[in-house]
Design a protein around this ligand. Structure first.
Ligand SMILES: Nc1ncnc2c1ncn2[C@@H]1O[C@H](COP(=O)(O)OP(=O)(O)O)[C@@H](O)[C@H]1O
Ligand SMILES: [Mg+2]
Length: 342
């Protein structure tokens, strides 16, 4: 897993607060604020953070459903942000999305066969009997009977609907599948079935996932590497095991301590996050987590921490580790550290 599929560099997306052309702009929601990371071919890259931290906005920027204000993205060697019109439409088959709300994302007036078959029509790749055959195969692949092809979304349970959404997403053999809270709306027992399905499909089809959730337990279960996001910024990136065993950022540690342990007798120091997530309109100066951080120092409210690479595959943006900087050598410029971490 060393070949990059997706490179995200210094991506920003701000939403203006005022919509009216006549009123003064009262500032911006800094939904995604200078985010960089790489996703390697065949891996599951997890993105975790509390609700409102900018995960969906970031996923929509990557999917080219909304335009980035700044930054660069390369996907499979092409400049993703430059793609426009027909070229973009053609490339869309390579990056697909599984949405959070399996019911809202399926057209209630279309049969399952039409829904899963739509990508073939849009991209003009299969028609007639070939398409029918492929749709049946896809249904079986996601664990549904091909006899369901003429049924409508309302005839299915939430979990089954998410299977339909997954079949639609993988119909055109995409290179990247972005799963944004793909199981968050489902019952816990159904969640694990869908996660297992995603796992199996990855093995069978060699998919690469960008797996997004507010739930660190779910992200940890699925991911090879994990990025932790807080108020529009990534604060830590590491291999999943590393993050679990040796999380560095106080925010990551707080998120981890909130995961229930399998063994109820095991001792654990629970770090309780107090206070609300500050507004992304006027995020705290310095480190954005400083207002809720147990370890905050005077510098934290003054200066935003740079990304520090503690080892080749683990990077953290936190002043606590300022002394660890340079551990990986001083060859990389500071701005490259975040992008190449991991
Ligand atoms: N279209 C939009 N217009 C204005 N603000 C938005 C828009 N979409 C998202 N936001 C704001 O951007 C921030 C990040 O939202 P979002 O990306 O949905 O976070 P998450 O997916 O992590 O819950 C939130 O403060 C949200 O209110
Ligand atoms: Mg979201």
């Amino acid at each position: 897993m060393t070949e990059k599929l997706l490179e995200v560099k210094h991506v920003k997306k701000y939403f203006p607060l005022s919509k009216s052309a006549f009123s003064k702009n009262r500032g911006f929601v800094k939904a995604v604020d200078d985010v960089s990371f790489d996703v390697y071919k065949g891996e599951t890259f997890g993105l975790v953070g509390e609700s409102g931290c900018g995960k969906s906005t970031l996923s929509r920027v990557i999917m080219r459903l909304t335009d980035a204000d700044e930054g660069e993205m390369s996907f499979d060697g092409i400049d993703l942000l430059r793609l426009k019109g027909g070229a973009l439409r053609k490339k869309r088959k390579d990056f697909q999305m599984v949405f959070q709300k399996p019911f809202e994302s399926l057209n209630p007036r279309m049969t399952v066969g039409q829904i899963i078959g739509a990508p073939f029509d849009i991209h003009g790749v299969l028609a007639g009997a070939e398409k029918t055959k492929r749709v049946a195969e896809l249904l079986e692949l996601v664990g549904l009977s091909s006899q369901y092809v003429n049924r409508y979304p309302h005839e299915f349970s939430g979990g089954q609907r998410q299977r339909i959404g997954i079949a639609r997403a993988i119909a055109l053999n995409p290179k990247l599948v972005v799963c944004d809270e793909a199981v968050s709306a489902l019952d816990v027992s159904i969640q694990s079935q869908i996660l297992n399905l995603l796992d199996e499909l990855q093995k069978e089809l060699g998919l690469t996932y960008l797996f997004i959730s507010h739930n660190l337990a779910v992200v940890k279960h699925m991911s090879d590497r994990i990025a932790v996001m807080y108020l529009g910024k990534i604060v830590e990136i590491a291999d999943a095991e590393d993050l679990y065993a040796g999380a560095l950022h106080p925010y990551t540690r707080a998120l981890l301590s909130a995961i229930p342990l399998a063994d109820p007798d095991a001792k654990k120091n629970r770090i309780v996050l107090t206070g609300d997530v500050p507004s992304p309109v006027n995020p705290p100066a310095g480190c954005r987590f400083c207002t809720r951080c147990q370890d905050a120092m005077p510098i934290c409210s003054e200066t935003a921490p740079e990304f520090i690479r503690v080892n080749e595959r683990h990077a953290v943006a936190c002043h606590l580790y300022a002394d660890a900087d340079g551990a990986a050598g001083s060859t990389a410029g500071k701005s490259d550290v975040q992008a190449s971490a991991g």
